[in-house]
Design a protein around this ligand. Structure first.
Ligand code: AMP
Ligand code: ZN
Length: 137
C-alpha cells in the first residue's frame, strides 16, 4: 500500500536491520528499541492490524513469531520477553500495517506494563463474558 512505511520496508525502499524474510513474513529490528533486540514481525500482505488478518495469515505469523522469538531470546540472553501487538491509536498503534513486537526482558530493565486494575460491579463480568461468548458461536 502506498504511503505505508512498512510496505516501503518490504519493497526495500527503506533500509532496516532485517532478521528474517520469507515469501509471507518479514522481521527486523525496531529503529527505536525498548531493549536491544526489540524485533518487529509482520506479514508482507498489507492489513491495518492483527484483527484484520485471515486464519492462514495468522498461522504463518504466529509460527514466525515462535521461530524468531526463540532466536532473539538466545542471541540477547533475555530472561523473558513481551510479545504484543497494538491495535488502533488508543492502544499505541502508530504504524497501521499489522506487526507484532518482540521485546527481550531483563530484571530491572525499566520497562513496566503495570496497569491500574478496575473492579467489575456485581454480575457485570458474567454479563460481559456471556455477550462476548454469544458472538463467538
Ligand atoms: P506501533 O506503535 O505498534 O505502531 O509500533 C511501530 C514501531 O515501528 C515503533 O516501535 C517504531 O519504533 C517502529 N518503526 C517505525 N519506523 C521504523 C523503521 N523505519 N525501522 C524500524 N522500525 C521502525
Ligand atoms: Zn503496509
Amino acid at each position: 500500500m502506498e504511503d505505508c512505511i512498512f510496505c516501503k520496508i518490504i519493497k526495500k525502499e527503506i533500509p532496516v536491520d532485517m532478521v528474517y524474510e520469507d515469501k509471507d513474513i518479514m522481521a527486523f529490528l525496531d529503529i527505536n528499541p525498548s531493549n536491544k533486540g526489540h524485533t518487529l514481525v509482520m506479514p508482507k500482505k498489507h492489513s491495518k492490524n492483527l484483527l484484520e488478518n485471515n486464519e492462514e495469515d495468522l498461522k504463518r505469523l504466529v509460527l514466525a513469531i515462535k521461530k524468531i522469538g526463540n532466536a532473539v531470546m538466545k542471541v540477547t540472553n533475555a530472561e523473558g520477553m513481551n510479545i504484543l501487538s497494538n491495535i488502533n491509536p488508543i492502544a499505541g498503534q502508530v504504524v497501521f500495517h499489522t506487526h507484532v513486537h518482540i521485546t527481550p526482558r531483563y530484571k530491572d530493565d525499566g520497562i513496566s506494563f503495570k496497569i491500574q486494575r478496575k473492579a467489575y460491579n456485581e454480575g457485570e463480568s458474567k454479563e460481559l463474558a456471556s455477550k462476548i461468548k454469544s458472538l463467538l458461536k
